[in-house]
Design a protein around this ligand. Structure first.
Ligand code: BG6
Length: 502
């Protein structure tokens, strides 16, 4: 599929324009792209929603979260807002969509466009996805030009509902027209994975079961579900971030080398590796739910009034995973995610096998850490002689911390900025394809059914602000991850931590 970039006269319509997602992510991302000169000043942006909003209210609302504004670029805010307008309409009747179509046609006519280019962004709850998509197709579609439709998770709740959704969307929009956002694919370090893996021979050569001891993808959030417990209670951490975000990261980390940088070549490889994943074993999991913080200042999950009093909703999960192919057979993989932990951090940890014994005592494993957030970094823990008269090895690191290596002036787009830009350019590489989505649900649905069954497992309690369930450490050790004595290694290390004398 080779798709051409959109040009200068594009209409971007954001459905759900008065909602939270649009306010916090979509419009700030559109503004960010405009601010950086990545969107032309000749486009038209239309917000569409059911609420009665004046143009001024609408603009005030969407600009509340604009970022990166300073004295030298503040004129950009007004310039951008001048490109925006608001259209009020229902989601389930043709009238509003017809009005929208007229506005788009007028803009296209005034701009002398003969091949309309329209980008529709559905910042909407899934209950109205299909209704809105049908009305777009019927009343706001262009047969002479090109349409792109951005949709966002949840893409169903399990395999069955995801297939149902897909079956309803497929007759309306082709796979080429659909851009399914998983915002993790827009994160800088996630985009870097294919570069790190496939442009460095030393990583390429060691990226397999012969050299890698264990893989860990870890997602930690320092806040609980306060305020959205009612929503989260039916979702749980597995569905919220693992079936989508973390699995995307894992497929990029474990897929074979794509034949080219072409989006479909990349997505083909992701699909192939997904097919090699072993079933998720229900006895190879660790589940947790947070309780009040130890000092009593932070609420437990069940203290939220919007949550069922006896809820077994999982706010922490660690899953043992396996990939059955030539490259990964036997390598333990752990995906873990939790809310209300000690810190917020998302990272990949790869531990390499130990070197042969004999020369050195207690030599530590190499460990490659790719930190997705906060503060992107890649660092490799290596053993090196302590400088000076010592003849003892000690752990240090090869360190690529973005904030110290790259100038602050460097613009690293936010995930949504990056993805909307990709969509504008017609690049599908960082969007989820239908077969990928189907395989991800196929993998996770049996596990979710087990967890959510009537006599499903009871999650282990852990205090808000802690490291997670107590059994985490043994779980990780059982999956090939070595903890080394605390205090021997600290990142980033600027001074020797071991006395330099033998
Ligand atoms: C969302 C989840 O998809 O991802 C949230 O619904 C989670 O629960 C969020 O907090 C994490 O995204 P980020 O970009 O903040 O790591």
């Amino acid at each position: 599929m080779s798709v051409e970039p959109f040009g200068k006269h594009v209409t971007i319509v954001v459905f759900g324009a008065s909602g939270d997602l649009a306010k916090k992510k979509t419009f700030p991302a559109l503004f960010g792209l405009f601010r950086e000169g990545e969107l032309p000043s000749t486009i038209k942006v239309i917000g569409y929603a059911r609420s009665e909003l004046s143009d001024a209210d609408f603009k005030e609302r969407i600009s509340a979260n604009f970022k990166g504004v300073n004295d030298s670029n503040k004129h950009k805010v007004d310039e951008f807002l001048n490109l925006c307008s608001y259209t009020q309409g229902q989601y389930d009747s043709a009238e509003g969509f017809k009005k929208l179509n007229e506005e788009m046609e007028k803009y296209e006519k005034d701009s002398g466009v003969d091949k309309p280019e329209r980008l529709f962004y559905l910042a909407l709850p899934p209950s109205v996805f299909v209704t809105v998509a049908s009305h777009i197709k019927e009343n706001a579609y262009t047969k002479t030009g090109e349409v792109r439709l951005i949709v966002e998770k949840p893409f169903g709740n399990d395999l069955e509902s995801s297939r149902k959704l897909q079956k309803s969307l497929a007759p309306l929009f082709t796979e080429e027209e659909l851009y399914r956002i998983d915002h993790y694919l827009g994160k800088e370090m996630v985009k870097n994975l294919v570069f790190l893996r496939f442009s460095n021979e030393f990583l390429n050569a060691s990226w397999n079961k012969n050299h890698i001891k264990s893989i860990q993808i870890s997602f930690k959030e320092a806040f609980g579900t306060e305020g959205r417990g009612g929503y989260f209670d039916d979702i749980g951490i597995v569905r919220d971030v693992m079936q989508n975000h973390l699995l995307q990261v894992l497929t990029l980390l474990t897929m074979e080398r794509p034949v080219s940088i072409d989006p479909e070549a990349i997505r083909d490889e992701k699909v192939k590796v997904l097919k090699a994943f072993g079933e998720l074993e229900t006895d190879d999991i660790l589940l947790g739910q947070y309780t009040k913080s130890e000092d009593g200042t932070k609420p437990g999950y069940l203290d939220d009034d919007t949550v069922k009093g006896d809820s077994k909703c999982v706010t922490y999960a660690a899953l043992g995973m396996q990939i059955h192919n030539e490259r990964w057979e036997g390598v333990p993989i752990v995906m873990r995610a939790g809310k209300a932990l000690k810190e917020s951090k998302v990272e990949i940890r790869i531990q390499f096998k130990e070197v042969a014994k004999g020369m050195f005592n207690d030599i530590q494993r190499n460990e490659l850490v790719m930190r997705i957030q906060p503060n992107e970094a890649v660092y490799m823990k290596i053993n090196s002689k302590i400088p000076g008269i010592s003849a003892v090895p000690s752990v240090t690191d090869l360190d690529l911390t973005y904030s110290s290596r790259y100038s602050k002036e460097f613009w690293i787009p936010e995930a949504y900025e990056s993805l909307i830009r990709d969509c504008y350019l017609g690049n599908h590489a960082n969007f989820v394809r239908d077969d990928e989505l189907d395989l991800s649900w196929k993998l996770f649905t049996p596990l979710l059914q087990h967890i959510e069954s009537k006599d499903g497992p009871t999650p282990e309690p852990y205090p808000y602000g802690s490291n997670g369930p107590k059994n985490l450490r043994p779980f990780l050790s059982d999956h090939g991850y070595n903890f080394y004595d605390e205090g021997t290694y600290e990142w980033p290390l600027t001074t020797p931590n071991v006395k330099g004398k033998m």
